[in-house]
Design a protein around this ligand. Structure first.
Ligand SMILES: [Zn+2]
Length: 418
């Protein structure tokens, strides 16, 4: 596929500015040299950004949206989510993932970093929608836990991007963690783990591993590979200082943290210590949607609210967190409009009410972060594939997906889990 973006505006993170120029999609890559062949599409003077990168998700949880809305994380997991998950199967996960992939694409996300089960069903759904999943099958210490590592290999053989997902320090002890880390190192894969999400988790970690738990992880080689930590709400100053020196990105999930009353992530402290921050939607059961633009806005507003610093992050920096930052940590050619990078491109609707007015192009950056929403996402390309065309999904009927997911919600919930 050849797509021309003529005289379009796009963010240049290296120089921290909005640049005007002409570039192309050639097959599945971005190039600045005009490829030969017929144009499949032409955008002129448009505002474009790289595809957004959801750095922490559980997409199949769309099926549980709105269940257990008013309880704490512990109660939510024990009384609602885990009993429901015990009933899941490929069919539930497939339809729920389809719904989630549509939600993500609609808000400009082209990549999601997922931790869950039944990944092959999610992979099938993602392929149909055209979004890029990165799978980190969740390791939970119980008999047969090794199957998660087998699934990593299986998914890799199917051509999917993968990492290793020790679920959390309260579900994976230091008894098996060295083996999990060794597997990641041996296979050159990154690690993805929930960490310091709640105060009770903080107490548990400090009691079992000590306040220098990150050093304990370092001692077993945890930081010898790239790392994604989800949440990090209860990191101490010492933790931030430690993480600033490592190839780590913290996936900040502001809406999930606030909805579960888990606490407020300190983006200001992360930034002061050089810790890289990405944005994650977490699952729809604790969010309750996967609107990535909304998530980004919440994250930035929250950072300003808790820090008292209105100049903490520029809109461009915020957008970089939502695109290039996690991609760089994982070493993927993604999240930037650059020669040879994977062609994930979002074309914005500058005439949408939320994107008006502008008197200089930089106003658009502010509008994306502080004003816009899914309604301003017009076209989305993932690896050169046109998956959202003038606000319509390509090859998928969202009404059919909604219908099928509704049927499955009725059959999985039954009367016992209210
Ligand atoms: Zn999570």
């Amino acid at each position: 596929m050849k797509v021309t973006f003529k005289d379009c505006w796009y963010p240049d993170f290296d120089n921290q500015l909005l640049r005007k120029g002409t570039f192309f999609i050639d097959g599945d890559k971005i190039t600045f040299k005009e490829p030969v062949g017929e144009n499949d599409a032409l955008f002129t003077n448009a505002l474009v950004t790289p595809g957004l990168f959801d750095a922490h998700s559980h997409v199949a949880m769309d099926l549980f949206r709105g269940i257990g809305d008013d309880v704490s994380l512990d109660e939510w997991l024990n009384d609602y989510i885990w009993p429901l998950e015990a009933r899941l199967n490929d069919d539930y996960v497939y339809w729920s993932s389809l719904l989630a992939c549509l939600e993500l694409i609609r808000s400009g996300s082209t990549t999601f970093l997922d931790m869950y089960f039944w990944e092959k069903a999610t992979l099938k759904a993602a392929k149909e929608v055209g979004i890029r999943p990165i799978f980190t099958p969740g390791v939970i210490e119980r008999p047969g836990w090794e199957s998660a590592l087998e699934r990593v290999e299986e998914l890799k053989n199917l051509g999917a991007l993968v990492g290793v997902g020790p679920h959390a320090l309260y579900t994976v002890s230091m008894k098996i963690m060295p083996e999990v880390v060794e597997f990641a190192k041996k296979n050159n894969l990154f690690l993805h783990m929930h960490l310091m999400e709640t105060a009770s988790e903080e107490a548990f970690i400090h009691n079992t591993l000590g306040k220098d738990y990150l050093k304990r992880l370092e001692d077993i080689g945890f930081f010898d590979v790239p790392v994604v930590f989800a949440h990090g709400v209860h990191f101490s100053e010492e933790d931030f200082d430690f993480l600033g020196k490592k190839n780590v990105v913290v996936a900040h999930c502001p809406q999930s943290n606030m909805k579960l009353s888990s606490g407020l992530f300190r983006w200001d402290k992360a930034k002061n210590n050089g810790v890289k921050v990405g944005i994650g939607t977490d699952g729809a059961a604790s969010n309750n949607n996967l609107d990535f633009i909304e998530e980004l806005r919440t994250g930035v507003l929250l950072a300003r609210g808790v820090s008292g610093k209105p100049d903490l992050l520029s809109p461009l920096e915020a957008l970089e967190s939502a695109t290039a930052v996690p991609a760089k940590v994982l070493g993927l050619p993604l999240g930037e409009i650059k020669e040879g990078y994977w062609a994930d491109v979002v074309v914005w609707d500058e005439s949408d009410i939320s994107m008006v007015p502008v008197d200089k192009p930089e106003d658009w950056l502010s509008h994306i972060v502080y004003s816009s929403g899914s309604q301003a996402v017009k076209d989305v390309f993932v690896q050169g594939r046109w998956v959202l065309q003038n606000k319509s999904f390509v090859g998928i009927n969202p009404l059919e997906v909604s219908d099928e997911v509704n049927k499955r919600r009725q059959s999985i919930r039954k009367e016992d889990i209210l």
